[in-house]
Design a protein around this ligand. Structure first.
Ligand SMILES: [Zn+2]
Length: 223
């Protein structure tokens, strides 16, 4: 494995973890973030640590097939979920998992989010499915999450939280903010008769536009 790539991933994961913490998407040490290094390795946040006190070297290098890790800190207990997503989705290079309030409200009601906002369908690819309730850190959860994420950039996890993925970590982080906002909008619209859904045709058009034409090429993009 390329050590320079590991270093870059550690810096990226650490910076994004601090950003996530200060954005209010997580409370305490809940939630975790990772970035792919290559087909075999990823860098992930350590388990149960105060994000504000962490430095890049504390981000843990993990083998996605054996779960063996390198470093003095234990990796997040959600290693199986992150690994399963990377191994099944070669185009994915970044993952953000949160227990953010509004996404968790939907996940606790065990309700998926229909396609209702333009930015949602662009970055998340359509409706946000719900992964069935399973124990955190298990293969069952990994399988359920991979299933719920099929052809999507984000999913809810029943009674637990949300997960978003991207061609790079910045995209996955934006996805987590968009998912949280979409959940809030969905809940708000319940008091005024419920949301109007975006048609399947428009969902496909917007998502394709986002994936192929929108924005600038990311610097150092590995996609
Ligand atoms: Zn979690």
């Amino acid at each position: 494995m390329n050590r320079d790539k590991v270093k870059i991933a550690q810096i990226e994961v650490c910076e994004t973890a601090k950003k996530m913490y200060h954005s209010g998407l997580v409370a305490g040490t809940w939630g975790n973030i990772s970035s792919r290094v290559d087909e075999e390795y990823m860098v992930i946040t350590p388990s149960g640590m105060d994000y504000d006190r962490l430095c890049a070297d504390d981000m843990v290098l993990v083998n996605m097939k054996t779960f063996e890790y390198e470093g003095r800190l234990k990796p997040s207990v959600e290693v199986p979920v992150h690994s399963a997503v990377y191994l099944s989705r070669p185009e994915v290079n970044g993952i953000v998992h949160t227990h953010s309030t509004y996404a968790l409200t939907m996940a606790t009601a065990r309700k998926p989010i229909p396609p209702i906002c333009d930015d949602q369908v662009q970055i998340l690819g359509g409706d946000v499915r719900l992964a069935a309730y399973t124990m955190p850190g298990t293969k069952e959860m990994a399988d359920e999450v991979v299933k719920a994420l099929k052809d999507r950039g984000g999913a809810l996890i029943a009674n637990h939280g949300a997960i978003t993925i991207g061609r790079n970590l910045a995209e996955a982080f934006t996805g987590s903010q968009v998912l949280e906002k979409t959940a809030l909008i969905y809940i708000n619209t319940q008091s005024i008769g419920g949301p109007a859904e975006i048609s399947r045709e428009d969902v496909e058009f917007f998502h394709d536009f986002f994936m192929t034409k929108y924005g600038q090429k990311w610097k150092g993009d590995r996609a």
